[in-house]
Design a binder for this molecule. Structure first.
Ligand SMILES: C[S@@+](CC[C@H](N)C(=O)[O-])C[C@H]1O[C@@H](n2cnc3c(N)ncnc32)[C@H](O)[C@@H]1O
Length: 466
């Protein structure tokens, strides 16, 4: 006990404001540099692996500390000047100071670390592939959603700055599709010229809350969503006609009403203002109609690569019955459906399941079946009904799969499992359990869906071996 207390004391020996020398060992899950001072782990945003820095401690917790870079004594050879002029203030990207090749390598390392930490797979046996990156890792996001605000008489729209409640006006963004930036800027100017009331978050007054713009990369169709704090927009007709006049190639203009005190962007009611309620987008052979609130991957170019990896991992022969668990609008399952006997998907969001059914119908698939509900409840139900899948594909939220779901998968003993994950830590924890059920990891492929941010997506291929 005394020893433990001594260790504990040693671990918290750092003090706020203290200046220390630190060697950065690796990149953390949020893109920060990670080093160790004595035995305390120190997280330093902006520092890179291999660097030797002088850091100033900003926060101390029982088992970790946070610090900022005071100076860099030894620079990483991968350090580059961030090309975006507002990179430091914005906070939307975390890795622009690291070369793109360095980002791909470090993202692979983040996956390696998670598997070293949570599984018993020997590092030399980990079948980890290189990260699949983009040729042109810029202008990849198909959607922007920016909070509107007033700065004196000027209408601004942007993200909340790092650790602040102050909106950083974004009139340019290097990772957004240029059309989303162009339309947002034009809308800001129209709102300003017409003196349309803008929502004030603290006072909870005003009308326009968020400007959302989504563009179809393949179709060129663009939708503008004005999220408002109330249904009535004074001079609405004038506003819509001015938007049509100044942004003539916009496909759809809709209003979404969100009168709640919340950081969630969309409310329940969507009203069409001009044009169709949806825009179209194409992924490979598949086309999709996207309504304002429909979930759709943000980087369509990399989505095709991600789904192709999932398809490769599934090793289909045309005879398999597949589960597409956590299916959203059914996109992964529909990617696999031409090569499968049957695809069954489930998701907790009823609207997504309706979209999945419509998408399957539009493409003429007669071998699909979708149900609304929890994966951990629907899968055992299908089993009880005597329906047994050969391949199980999962794409769960960041929290990973429910334990009961993984237990059911163990009972089914499917030939293969494909785990698509946006969180390497929960992936590794779940894979540890799947290995104990009887699976072996065949391959792990990171896919870079969000260049210049700390996010890593992984396709993990598992094969039943017991
Ligand atoms: C990462 S998204 C995957 C969406 C889809 N596969 C795609 O690629 O577009 C995770 C999905 O899991 C759903 N979800 C969350 N918890 C669930 C649960 N317990 N059972 C089934 N679906 C769930 C969410 O509604 C969301 O659509």
């Amino acid at each position: 006990m005394a020893k433990e207390t001594a260790n504990h004391k040693q671990k918290t020996a750092l003090n706020k404001g203290q200046t220390i020398s630190l060697k950065i060992k690796r990149l953390g899950i949020n893109g920060e540099g990670v080093g160790f001072y004595k035995r305390t782990v120190v997280f330093v945003p902006g520092a890179l692996p291999g660097e030797e820095i002088t850091a100033q401690i900003e926060n101390v917790y029982p088992n970790r500390a946070e610090a900022k870079v005071k100076s860099i004594r030894k620079k990483s050879k991968d350090r580059v000047d961030p090309p975006c002029p507002i990179y430091e203030q914005c906070g939307g990207c975390q890795l622009q100071h690291l070369s793109y090749a360095g980002q791909l390598r470090e993202k692979q390392d983040v996956v390696r670390q998670a598997f070293e930490r949570y599984t018993k797979i020997k590092p030399e046996d980990l079948p980890l592939k290189s990260t699949i990156g983009m040729e042109h890792p810029w202008e990849y996001r198909n959607k922007s959603q920016l909070q509107a605000a007033k700065d004196k008489d000027k209408v601004i729209a942007g993200l909340y700055g790092l650790n602040s409640h102050h909106i950083i006006d974004l009139d340019q963004c290097m990772v957004q599709h240029p059309e989303t930036v162009r339309v947002t800027n034009a809308v800001k100017k129209i709102l300003e010229d017409l003196n349309i009331s803008i929502y004030h978050e603290k006072k909870r007054t005003g009308i326009i809350r968020t400007i959302v713009v989504r563009t179809g990369f393949e179709t060129g169709e663009t939708q503008l969503v004005l999220v408002t704090a109330q249904k009535k927009i004074p001079r609405k007709e004038l506003l819509v006609s001015e938007i049509k006049k100044r942004i003539p190639n916009i496909t759809s203009i809709v209003q979404n009403v969100n009168d709640k005190k919340t950081s969630i962007i969309f409310g329940d009611q969507t009203i069409s203002l001009e044009g169709p309620e949806t825009i179209g987008e194409q992924l490979g052979e598949l086309s999709f109609d996207l309504s304002a609130r429909a979930f759709f991957q943000l980087n369509p170019k990399q989505t095709v690569k991600l789904y192709d990896e999932a398809k490769k991992a599934a090793k289909l022969t045309g005879t398999e019955k597949i589960v597409d668990a956590y299916c959203g609008a059914g996109t992964i399952g529909l990617w696999l459906a031409p090569d499968a006997r049957e695809v069954r998907g489930m998701d907790v969001i009823d609207e997504s399941i309706r979209n999945a059914k419509e998408n399957a119908k539009r493409h003429g698939f007669s071998n699909t079946h979708y149900e609304t509900g929890k994966a951990e409840e629907i899968l055992p139900m299908w089993l009880k009904e005597g329906w047994q899948p050969d391949v199980i594909v999962v794409d769960p939220p960041r929290t990973g799969c429910d334990q009961a779901f993984l237990k059911t998968v163990g009972k089914i003993k499917p030939k293969r499992m494909v785990y698509v994950s946006c969180n390497p830590s929960t992936l590794a924890k779940d894979v540890h359990m799947l290995i104990s059920e009887g699976f072996k990891v065949e391959s792990l492929t990171p896919v870079d869906m969000f260049p210049h941010t700390a996010h890593v997506e992984v396709v993990c291929s598992l094969v039943w071996e017991k």
